[in-house]
Write a protein that binds this ligand. Structure first.
Ligand code: CP
Length: 303
């Protein structure tokens, strides 16, 4: 039985198979519309979500399966003190596969250790968000025609933004990738991520000014400042509008420098950028459903 806890759970070759499967699902949707008839996905969300939960549920419904779950820990027996380990042993009796989001780093790994069904990590604290990374990669692959040989700028809250930790780890396995990390000093990329880059001999630089980085980028991945992970509100208020990408700043970017964002957006991309042909953040949502369909099929060994 396989789980998806981090993008490293799939080799580069397996990821390509998954992206090709997502392409086929897009082109031949009827072929897949009953492939999970009778199967159930449980979505166990202890933290708020719009995209990730509904995208997983849409993915399972598109495959002919059905969904159960809870959208908040407050409406589950977690409020009575039930552990993730006990919850997943119970859910294993109800469902065939589960997606879990939890505020604590490592919660999905704990669930996997006690589960008898495949577990998808739908975000564990500030740690990892692998399905977001797979959809980010599919968006880059489809727009650029490759996952190698490019400079990726990542801007915003690199300390608490779990999507960027997963993305950097995953993309650093491809040839010719370099990174520019754009953040305030307090929100720098954690050492455990940059240590991986050192180990793999990947070039990266860290800058504070977005304007300095923009002209050299092939992809710009914007992120919001993660309010829910700050210990005091003053720091959040001071940092929340540190970066605002607008058309004036984007004028210095390459004509094929695509702008990605995991969403939700707060202020870090001005609405005027939405009309720029390089804005790809709503396209990411579309690929999210297709990639999650491919993930469900792969983990259920129905691909
Ligand atoms: N990108 C993402 O994880 O969005 P949600 O928090 O809405 O699921």
């Amino acid at each position: 039985m396989r789980h998806l806890l981090t993008p490293q759970d799939f080799s580069v070759e397996e990821l390509e198979d998954l992206f090709v499967l997502a392409d086929d699902i897009e082109n031949n949707s009827a072929k897949y519309s009953h492939i999970c008839d009778g199967k159930k996905l449980a979505t166990l969300f202890y933290e708020p979500s719009t995209r990730t939960r509904l995208s997983h549920e849409t993915a399972m419904i598109n495959l002919g399966g059905s969904v159960i779950g809870f959208p908040s820990g407050n409406v589950s027996s977690a409020t009575k003190g039930e552990s993730v380990a006990d919850t997943i042993r119970v859910i294993s009796c109800f469902a065939d596969i589960a997606a879990i989001r939890h505020p604590k780093e490592g919660a999905a790994a704990v669930a996997a250790a006690y589960s008898s069904i495949p577990i998808i990590n739908a975000g564990d604290g500030g740690h990892q968000h692998p399905t977001q990374t797979l959809l980010d990669m599919q968006t880059i692959r489809r727009l650029k025609g490759r996952l190698s040989d490019m400079t990726i700028g990542i801007c915003g809250d690199l300390k608490f933004g779990r999507t960027v930790h997963s993305l950097v780890e995953a993309m650093s396995r491809y040839e010719g990738i370099s990174f520019v990390f754009i953040s305030p000093q307090e929100l720098r990329m954690p050492d455990y991520v940059t240590d991986i880059l050192h180990d793999r001999g990947i070039d990266y630089e860290e800058v504070t000014k977005l304007e300095d980085a923009i002209p050299k980028l092939d992809v710009l991945y914007m992120t919001r400042v993660q309010k829910e992970r700050f210990f005091n509100e003053e720091d959040y208020i001071r940092l929340k509008d540190f970066y605002i990408l607008d058309e004036k700043k984007l004028a210095a970017a390459k004509p094929d420098c695509y702008i990605l964002h995991p969403l939700p957006r707060v202020n870090e991309i001005a609405p005027e950028v939405d009309n720029d042909p390089r804005a790809a953040y709503f396209l990411q949502v579309k690929y999210g459903v297709l990639v999650r369909m491919a993930v469900i099929l792969t983990l259920l060994e129905r691909n």
